[in-house]
Design a protein around this ligand. Structure first.
Ligand code: SF4
Length: 290
């Protein structure tokens, strides 16, 4: 079987994830162990690689048992203010890798909430309930912001009060636009919509769609827990029904391919380049299997 295999040049880690991983690796170059509050990246193979170097993933509840002086890394998604208070109370040292774009968004949410509170308004966040970045944003409002996962959730919004709408940085821009349109059409007071989807994510939408339609088969390499991965995989799948989600390289099977296929390999902002290269090598090896 003859196949042509291409790797999407735009795929791979985003700036925020690269920065968090390189800070963890820098620390581990001179220390044996580092704890990360939550998975530093939603990719099990990359996590295994970092675990082998001494990274341990802990939960918020684990912070309580750490002795003063221990070092904890905060990942690119960011954390609510309570996490910083807990670390201060316990005397823990933080390596804060909150992505600068997320940090800026947290500040904007905090500032807008104060303004909204003064006029009886509300802050709405379009995002995945329970996602670390969303928790960090809700924390800026003392837990008062309402999280909306999609248009099906908007019934709970009080349309008589002013609304400030924000989005989690990795959401689908088109979905956000439609949600904002729905909210505007129901609102009986002011609606301010903030463009808070990460540029890296929004730019990738169009380029990824083009990449998916220009290949006969698409392999989307991503961890199943990645929020951004799920959104981008759905996008690729809509653009090209012969799109397959690959979590482990061994997921790739010869049955996916036909003679002469052009195979495009791409991934989420949490997919490392090395994994895309491994997927390309395995796909290329299928040419000799059949
Ligand atoms: S997707 Fe964008 S905002 Fe989120 S961590 Fe990456 S660079 Fe930062």
């Amino acid at each position: 079987m003859r196949l042509t295999v291409d790797i999407d040049p735009e795929s791979g880690f985003c700036y925020g994830v690269i920065r968090a991983i390189s800070r963890a690796e820098d620390y581990l170059a001179s220390h044996q162990h580092l704890r990360s509050l939550g998975a530093i990246v939603h990719n099990s193979l990359e996590l295994d690689r970092l675990r082998a170097r001494g990274l341990e993933i802990i939960g918020l509840e684990d912070m309580e048992r750490l002795p003063a002086g221990e070092v904890v890394l905060i990942r690119a998604h960011g954390e609510p203010p309570q996490t910083y208070q807990t670390a201060r109370r316990l005397g823990l040292e933080l390596i804060d890798c909150t992505c600068p774009a997320v940090l800026q968004l947290q500040g904007k949410v905090r500032e807008t909430f104060a303004r909204m509170e003064a006029i009886g308004g509300q802050v709405i966040i379009f995002g995945k309930r329970g996602h670390a970045e969303v928790n960090g944003l809700v924390g800026q409002t003392g837990g008062q912001a309402k999280v909306v996962g999609g248009v099906e959730d908007i019934e709970g919004i009080d349309f008589d009060r002013p609304i400030a709408l924000f989005s989690q940085t990795t959401k689908d821009p088109e979905e956000y636009r439609l949600l904002a349109e729905q909210i505007r059409s129901r609102a009986r007071s002011s609606v301010d919509v903030y463009d808070t989807i990460c540029r890296r994510v929004s730019q990738r939408y169009n380029s990824l769609k083009e990449f998916a339609v220009s290949h006969s088969v698409v392999l989307f390499v991503s961890g199943r827990d990645s929020s951004n991965g799920k959104v981008l995989y759905d996008l690729c799948h809509q653009a090209n029904p012969r799109c397959h989600l690959v979590e482990q390289i061994s997921d790739i099977v010869p049955q996916w391919f036909r003679e002469g296929d052009t195979v495009g390999i791409c991934g989420a902002t949490s997919t490392p380049k090395w994994q895309l290269e491994e997927a390309a090598a395995r796909t290329a090896s299928m040419q000799t299997i059949c």
